[in-house]
Design a protein around this ligand. Structure first.
Ligand code: HEM
Length: 374
C-alpha cells in the first residue's frame, strides 16, 4: 500500500514538472511568435522561408538550418542514431520525418474510410487519417506520431500538440500505439454537449453505437449551414468566435434537457470551447471549408461513406488550395489557443435555465407518482 502511494506521488510530481516545463517553453514560443515574421502561404513561399506547412524532410534530407534550426539539428541526431532503420526513440523518428503533404496547398485525394477502419470523435484527427497524414486505417498510432502529425499539418506548436495529446497518456499504458476509436473513451477528452457528435448516453448513440466515430449530418448542417442553398433566412459565410459561443450554449441546453446523465463540469466545458478555439484558429471561420472538413456529405456528391447503416460523410482536408489559418512562425501555442478558448467560453450563456427546468420536471414527476400511488 505504502509503495503504491509513493509510486503515485512520484508520477504526480513528474507529471507536474513536465507540465511546468511545457508551459515555460510555450511562453518562450509565444514570445518568439510575436517577434518573428509569420510563415508564408506556399504560393508566395521560397526555399529559404518556411511555408505554413513545411516541405518534406527526413533524417537523410533535413530542412535548411536557417528555416527550421531545431528540426535540422534533430535530423542530424536521428541520422546518427539510425532512426530511419528503426533505431532510437519513437519521438525522434516522428519529429524528424514529414511527408510534406499540404505544403503546396494541395492535400491529395482523400481515402474514404472502410467499415474496418478506425475513426475518432475528433474531426481534426480523422481528416489527417483520410488524407494519409496519419495511417488511413486509423490504427497503431503512437503518441509522438499523433502529436507530430497534428503539429506539422495544422501549424500547431510542438508544445500545444503535446498538450493536446497528453490526456491520452493513460490509454497508452501497457502499449505503444492506439487506434483512433480508442480516443472515444468517455471522460478522457470525449465529453457531453459536443457540437458535432451525439452524447454517449443519448438515444441516438444507443441506436448507433458507432455514432461518435463518424460525422453527424444534422449537427453539421446546424452549425455550418449550406450557403449554396437559397434559404429564406440569410446564412453567414464566415463564423466568428461569438457564433461558436452561441452554438455551444444552445447545444449544452439541448443536451441537458435530453439526458438526465448529462454532465457539464468546468473541465468538460473548457474541452468543448477548446475544440472550437482550435477549429477557429486553424481552419478559420469559412463555413464551406468547415462543412467539408467536418465531414459533410454534400460537396458535389463526394465525401459519402456507406460504411454504416445509413450513408454519412467523412472528415477530410479541404479540397483545392488550402493552408492552415494559424501562421505563427512556431505554430499556434498553448497560450494563444487558451486565450481564444477563454474568449469563446466566457461568452457562452449558462445552463441554469435547463437546471431549473429539470428540477421542476423532477418535482412534477415526483408529485404525479405520489398522487398515483395514493
Ligand atoms: C492530438 C491532438 C488531438 C486530440 C487527442 C483530439 C481529441 C479530440 C476528442 C477526443 C474529441 C471529442 C470531444 C467531444 O466529445 O466533443 C475532439 C473533438 C474535436 N476536436 Fe480534437 N483532438 C486533437 C486535435 C485537434 C485539432 C488539431 C483540431 C483542429 C484543427 C481539433 C478539433 C476538434 C473539434 C472541432 C472537435 C469537435 C468539438 C465538438 O464536437 O464540440 N482537434 N478532439
Amino acid at each position: 500500500m505504502l509503495s503504491r502511494i509513493i509510486k503515485s506521488t512520484y508520477h504526480l510530481i513528474l507529471y507536474a514538472i513536465f507540465l511546468a516545463l511545457l508551459l515555460s517553453l510555450d511562453l518562450v514560443l509565444t514570445t518568439l511568435n510575436i517577434v518573428l515574421p509569420s510563415r508564408v502561404p506556399a504560393r508566395g513561399g521560397s526555399r529559404y522561408r518556411s511555408p505554413i506547412v513545411p516541405y518534406s524532410f527526413s533524417p537523410s534530407k533535413p530542412p535548411l538550418f536557417s528555416v527550421m534550426p531545431v528540426v535540422h539539428l534533430l535530423c542530424r541526431v536521428a541520422k546518427a542514431v539510425g532512426s530511419e532503420r528503426g533505431a532510437g526513440p519513437d519521438w525522434l523518428k516522428q519529429w524528424t520525418t514529414w511527408q510534406g503533404i499540404g505544403s503546396n496547398g494541395n492535400w491529395g485525394a482523400p481515402i474514404p474510410p472502410t467499415p474496418l477502419d478506425s475513426r475518432s470523435p475528433c474531426p481534426g484527427l480523422n481528416a489527417l487519417a483520410t488524407n494519409g497524414i496519419l495511417p488511413p486505417d486509423g490504427r497503431d498510432i503512437t503518441f509522438s506520431q499523433m502529436a507530430a502529425a497534428v503539429s506539422r499539418a495544422y501549424n500547431i506548436s510542438p508544445t500545444l500538440a503535446t498538450q493536446l495529446t497528453l490526456p491520452l497518456l493513460p490509454l497508452f499504458a501497457g502499449r505503444k500505439a492506439i487506434d483512433l476509436e480508442d480516443v472515444c473513451a468517455h471522460g478522457v477528452i470525449e465529453h457531453d454537449g459536443s457540437l458535432l457528435r451525439p452524447d454517449v448516453f443519448s438515444a441516438e448513440h444507443r441506436r448507433d453505437p458507432q455514432a461518435l466515430t463518424h460525422p453527424h449530418q444534422a449537427l453539421i448542417d446546424r452549425l455550418f449551414p449550406d450557403i449554396t442553398l437559397r434559404l429564406d433566412t440569410p446564412i453567414r459565410e464566415q463564423l466568428l468566435p461569438a457564433d461558436f459561443s452561441k452554438a455551444l450554449t444552445e447545444r449544452r441546453l439541448e443536451c441537458y434537457k435530453k439526458s438526465g446523465q448529462y454532465y457539464d463540469g468546468i473541465f468538460n466545458k473548457l474541452v468543448g470551447s477548446g475544440g472550437c478555439a482550435l477549429m477557429f484558429e486553424v481552419m478559420g471561420g469559412d463555413v464551406a471549408r468547415l462543412r467539408e472538413w467536418s465531414g459533410s456529405m454534400d460537396q458535389a456528391g463526394s465525401g459519402i461513406s456507406f460504411s454504416g447503416e445509413e450513408p454519412h460523410g467523412f472528415e477530410r482536408m479541404p479540397s483545392g488550395y488550402w493552408q492552415p489559418c494559424s501562421q505563427g512562425a512556431l505554430g499556434l501555442t498553448i497560450v494563444e489557443a487558451q486565450l481564444r478558448m477563454l474568449q469563446i467560453e466566457l461568452a457562452c450563456g449558462s445552463t441554469d435555465s435547463a437546471r431549473i427546468i429539470r428540477r421542476n420536471m423532477r418535482g412534477h414527476l415526483v408529485s404525479t407518482s405520489s398522487a398515483s400511488t395514493t
